[in-house]
Design a protein around this ligand. Structure first.
Ligand code: MN
Length: 389
């Protein structure tokens, strides 16, 4: 679809994308806009809907799929038919002249563990004498309940967390700054349509509950995590911060990226069996201080987002508008496709050498990590974060 806004072609943010965000021109209030090329379109004046003057996507998410489709189709019309340019152009703001904030109120946050390669890599590192996958892994998408209140928008500085850690060489734990601060490159799904308590979401209806997609950096303090996680799972090693992109890509913009997901053997239980099993062909990229260190492929994820949502509600737990569930670290089969430093440096034994000659096993203060992703002509909004002491 053509677009009359200059510089849109090849930008990753054409009329076929239109991600939503919350922005403020200098000195003005935050409100809802869509990104087009290197501009933000202010939705209040062009759609004449006061809902978009609020500093949050929440009310729009709550409206549900028919309103989402209506707004998207109207925006595509306004931005592709040049007869609208005179009326619409005055409401475009240059991206570099606005501030962005977290686009919606994050409800419950669940993080999965759905890359087989990631799970096998960690299994080989930590349980070298047994099967890399735990016995449940091929039967259910493993996850844990995280902390919605510490999800932060791209660009937020990440303060190095302190906590209890006990290196194997020490007899007793100590409290102090994490020495093994890591990233996890993930893809997150924003729930729009809620479900009822007591009623599981059928796997074939699951994606109908999802509004859109964000990139997620699930910052992880490996030393805190290693000491705390047995037997109940991740806790303070994860909950200090989780970064998401400022732009929420509507699921509708990723129709062309829906590709067959990997075959599953053994076949999952009925409630996890999809009639048309689809993943998303997103090519992720992880940069550390400006240098690409990994390109994880999302298309190979073993458990799909539909299976994750079906499993998350299989006990009757309900989902709410604004909930976020993330895929788990995305890792591919080769070393260059690993989505965390603990895998890239093989638990610190094979540090990466950066362009400036320095080496990294885990993150140092001042390091900046940027996650990005491409799906055909669509670029997902980046997730940027710098570590501070
Ligand atoms: Mn994670």
């Amino acid at each position: 679809m053509e677009c009359w806004v200059e510089g849109t072609d090849g930008s990753g943010y054409g009329v076929d994308h239109l991600p939503y965000g919350v922005f403020a021109p200098e000195g003005q209030d935050f409100r809802v806009g869509v990104r087009i090329g290197s501009s933000v379109l202010d939705l209040v004046p062009v759609l004449d809907d006061p809902m978009f003057s609020l500093p949050s996507l929440d009310p729009f998410l709550a409206h549900g799929p028919s309103r989402w489709a209506e707004v998207r189709s109207r925006l595509q019309e306004l931005l592709s038919d040049s007869t609208h340019s005179m009326a619409v152009a005055p409401h475009l703001h240059a991206l570099d002249a606005v501030s962005l904030k977290l686009a919606w109120t994050v409800g419950d946050y669940v993080d999965f563990y759905s890359s087989r390669e990631h799970a096998e890599n960690l299994g080989r590192m930590f349980r070298p004498d047994s099967d890399p996958l735990t016995p449940n892994w091929l039967h259910l998408p493993i996850g844990y309940h995280g902390r919605g209140g510490t999800v932060v928008v791209s660009g937020t500085e990440i303060r190095r967390p302190s906590g209890q850690r006990k290196p194997p060489s020490e007899a007793l734990p100590t409290y102090g700054p994490s020495q093994r601060l890591d990233i996890e490159a993930e893809v997150g799904f924003v729930v729009g349509v809620p479900s009822s308590l007591g009623t599981p979401v059928p796997v074939d209806e699951a994606m109908g509950h999802v509004f859109g997609v964000v990139l997620v950096n699930d910052w992880s303090a490996r030393d805190i995590q290693a000491w705390e996680y047995v037997p109940l799972g991740p806790f303070l090693g994860k909950s200090f911060a989780t970064s998401v992109s400022a732009w929420v890509t509507p699921l509708a913009a990723l129709d062309d990226a829906r590709v067959p997901a990997p075959a599953q053997d053994p076949s999952p239980l009925d409630y996890l069996r999809e009639s048309d099993r689809r993943g998303l062909d997103l090519a992720l990229s992880v940069s550390l201080n400006g240098q690409v260190i990994s390109r994880p492929p999302f298309a190979g994820m073993y458990w799909t987002p539909a299976q994750q949502l079906a499993h998350l509600t299989a006990n009757g737990a309900s989902i709410r508008c604004g909930d976020l569930f993330a895929s788990g670290t995305v890792s591919g089969p080769t070393r260059e496709e690993r989505g965390s430093l603990i895998e890239l440096s093989w638990n610190g034994t094979e540090p990466l050498t950066l362009a400036d000659g320095s080496t990294r096993a885990f993150l140092e203060d001042g390091d900046e990590v940027v996650l990005s992703a491409q799906a055909g002509s669509v670029s997902l909004g980046e997730v940027r974060g710098r570590i501070v002491a």
